[in-house]
Design a protein. Sequence first.
Lengths: 79, 252
Amino acid sequence: MSEAVIAVALVWVAVAGTAVVLTRDPLRQAFTAGFFGLALAFLYLSLQSGDVALSQIVVGAIALPLIVLLSLAKVRKDQ
Amino acid sequence: MSRRARLMLFAVAAAGLAATLGAGLAGLPSFGSQISAYAQMLNRLAPQQRHVTDVVSAISFDYRGIDTLFEEFILLAAVAGISVLLRPLSDESRQLPEDKAPDRTIPPPSPAVWLLAVFLSSLLVLTGIETVTHGQLTPGGGFQGGVVLASAFYVVYLGTNYVTVERFQPAPLLEASDGVGASGYVLIGLLGLFAGASFLSNVVGLGVTGNLISGGTIPLLNLVVGVEVAGSFAILASEFLDQTAVIRTRQR
């Protein structure tokens, strides 16, 4: 059972990671990167690492997309 | 450098990386193998020695507390660096955008968005406090809870506007919590020295395992780290937000 959960998590990470690389528009990439962070958090949780999963959620799904979005808004405003 | 020479250089570098990385990965324990003897020992000893139920917290804030101290100061230095980099430069000024059409008012966010922001921000504050204070009992702790606390400010911004969120996060308060949190870690570490033991020794009463107040200095360190991280991430977001919202190149 736990192997199945880990397998799902690994496939999700692989698909989400590929999606981040294949997304060319930085704005959309911020969102796919957020989902990639969520996938990584699920992987850590499936490997019973709750503390790391929580850190991954707060950094990958809150802090990183926010900084990317605000930087993009600044760059586009100056254009 | 020609394209051919660049490809050659890349091939040599990639081959070197593949060889060393491959050799390193080959030496790793196999996936899902038995956890190390050190981890087994800590899993057995930490609940008895430190009266905690989350062994990871005992490692980060007690057995390896000095590492976390340095990580705190890395975060402090990073946020200070960002504040310096993103300050208004000599050819930039700090002002709210001019309204190009003063006769038309900007529609406020819909009541549904506003209600969601009120609900979600209070929920985030509650979750953040819960995560910070239960670090020694359940997964989570000062770092994770601190970021959740700071994210409550982001939600206030999403539901209202720049002026409102600035009222909620006065810069002196954020900077003070950043500094007080970081220095608080050192002061709690000094408690050990004052008690005649070594720096960062767990000298406070350990309490009953599983209770909210247990683990000695571990919950105290979680608390100061939570204050510091919440301040740091709120400063981080507000510096980036200032760049987008109010800092603009001066008109000539």
